[in-house]
Ligand binder design. Structure first.
Ligand code: ADP
Ligand code: MG
Length: 493
């Protein structure tokens, strides 16, 4: 499991241990906002999706969106947390131009979910359990736009009031790589559940990273918080920079200031934004317009009974049912769509040895298909051929109609023409040659032309075998059954 020492950093005068805890804001995939009926569609014109409530007009009353509550419950269950039958909405007070009410409705003392965990892949191929502190529901704020006018800032309230789940981890991450793995895994689980689309570019998933350094065994050091990181790669870069910055400060005998910092991707640096508020600065108190959220246990059970299979369970099943190794299974379950596609292909197989076929399909998907997808910048939903066609191609390899090498040609035709591989093999005359007599005659011809080489081979230069195989294959346009060529050549030589 965890190799504590591996993550230590060699400093000038001894080792440092990195301590990271993440707060992830995940936008709930809901058509309407947490307490109002306004639309949440991304990319609408500024301030076109703002109700009186979102705009902070006096006398408006919030009404909780039951669908969002269900999504938070499902997410809490998916993350192995405890769903609290009573939770409370608090007002978190602060003054900012994009917050017209002057407070954000959030949950502080009584969140909807407590505890939970998720398992991440470590770099050494093992796994590590990261515990969660809580998951709570809150509203998003609006957006201030500072770069449209030299003298003024603009405010877009479309985002104000959109439902977020804030998911807080314990400070158990020990490197930038672990933090990145954590976000990837959390994103994957949310996407499987459908509770958040995980779109980091559009801001549906934003990460606040808390990071500090300490000497191994010492109490936690003072942390800095890097706000609103919107890509996994930037998270890694921001944390690497911060580790370096804090290490230098501490080694020079200075102290880290508890503050909020921003990552600038163009410079690869973090810089101070403001000193960190403490909870008491927010003057939290229960929102008098909202009753405590009381959940019926049956509601939780109903949601539990409809939970989809999550990535860890899918991975275990792929390993068991299809004999996949850890590496392949990980890749195939990371995105729900990939796992679904894989199983569609496996379902289309006619060959009787499903495990052998399943392994070969995994190779093809991860190798040829993903390679071509990357080249053409396509997602798996937009492949130019059907899952059954890939199954058919694998069947053709397994029943020895074509060799693996020819299959790659067929694949590229399949990609271009969207035709079935069986048709392509026929049309292009690519069937494997298994006619012993024909192969034998070609071997005889080649060997008689290569008298010198045959003599060399027979006097001990056995590495020439591949050379003969190559010539025979070339003569037969690569279509001869490789096992047959090998066998007949050996006999002859
Ligand atoms: P706040 O209320 O200021 O956001 P929390 O105590 O809720 O602070 O912690 C926020 C996040 O910071 C959590 O993910 C937690 O794991 C992490 N964290 C707390 N202390 C440290 C520390 N010393 N170093 C790194 N991360 C920390
Ligand atoms: Mg916080």
């Amino acid at each position: 499991m965890l190799d504590e020492n591996k993550n230590l950093i060699q400093g000038e005068n001894g080792f440092w241990e990195v301590v990271i805890g993440l707060e992830v804001h995940a936008q709930i995939s809901s058509k309407s906002k947490l307490f109002s009926g306004s639309s949440t569609d991304f990319g609408a014109d500024p301030n076109t999706q703002v109700s009186f409530l979102d705009a902070g007009m006096p006398g408006m009353l919030p009404v909780i969106n039951g669908f969002c509550v269900d999504q938070a419950i499902a997410t809490g269950l998916g993350l192995n947390g405890t769903i609290n039958l009573m939770s409370v909405f608090d007002r978190k007070n602060y003054f900012y131009a994009d917050l017209p009410t002057g407070y954000q409705i959030s949950q502080f003392h009584h969140p909807i979910v407590t505890g939970g965990y998720l398992d991440i892949e470590t770099e050494s191929g093992g796994s590590k359990r990261i515990h969660l502190t809580r998951l709570h529901l809150e509203q998003d704020a609006g957006k201030s736009i500072h770069d449209l006018h030299p003298n003024y800032s603009y405010v877009d309230l479309n985002r104000a009031g959109i439902a977020l789940m804030e998911i807080v981890s314990e400070p158990e991450l020990r490197s930038a790589a672990e933090a990145m793995a954590y976000v990837k895994k959390l994103r994957s689980i949310l996407r499987y559940l459908g509770s958040c689309d995980g779109n980091m570019e559009q801001g549906s998933l934003r990460v606040d990273a808390n990071i500090s350094l300490r000497r191994p065994g010492e109490p936690f050091g003072t942390r800095a918080e890097i706000k609103n990181v919107n890509s996994v790669r930037f998270l890694g870069q921001a944390l690497d920079y911060e580790i370096q910055r804090q290490r230098e400060l501490l080694e020079q005998g200075q102290s880290v200031v508890q503050e909020t910092r921003l990552f600038d991707p163009s410079k690869g640096e973090t810089r101070s934004m403001r000193t960190k508020e403490n909870a008491h600065d927010y003057r939290y108190f229960p929102d008098p317009d909202l009753k405590p959220l009381i959940l019926n246990p049956e509601r939780i059970e109903r949601i539990r009974s409809k939970m989809p299979e999550l990535p860890d369970a899918k991975k275990a099943r792929f390993e068991k049912d299809y004999g996949l190794n850890n590496y392949d299974a990980n890749i195939l379950v990371a995105e729900k769509e990939t796992g679904d596609y894989y199983e569609k292909v496996v379902g289309g197989i006619k060959n009787t040895d499903t495990k052998q076929a399943a392994k070969l399909i995994a190779n093809w998907l991860i190798g040829e298909v993903f390679g071509a997808m990357n080249r053409e910048n396509l997602t798996i939903e937009r492949l130019p051929f059907l899952p059954v066609h890939l199954a058919e191609l694998v069947d053709l390899i397994l029943d020895q109609t074509i060799s693996g090498k020819i299959a790659k040609d067929v694949f590229s035709h399949m990609w271009k023409t969207s035709k079935s591989p069986a048709h392509l093999v026929k049309d292009l005359g690519l069937q494997q040659i298994t006619d012993e007599g024909l192969v034998q005659s070609v071997i005889d011809k080649i060997l008689s032309q290569q008298g010198d080489k045959v003599a060399e081979y027979q006097s001990g230069k056995v590495q020439l075998f591949g050379f003969f195989v190559g010539l025979v294959m070339k003569e037969l346009q690569g279509k001869a059954n490789p096992a047959l060529v090998n066998e007949l050549l050996k006999k002859r030589l």
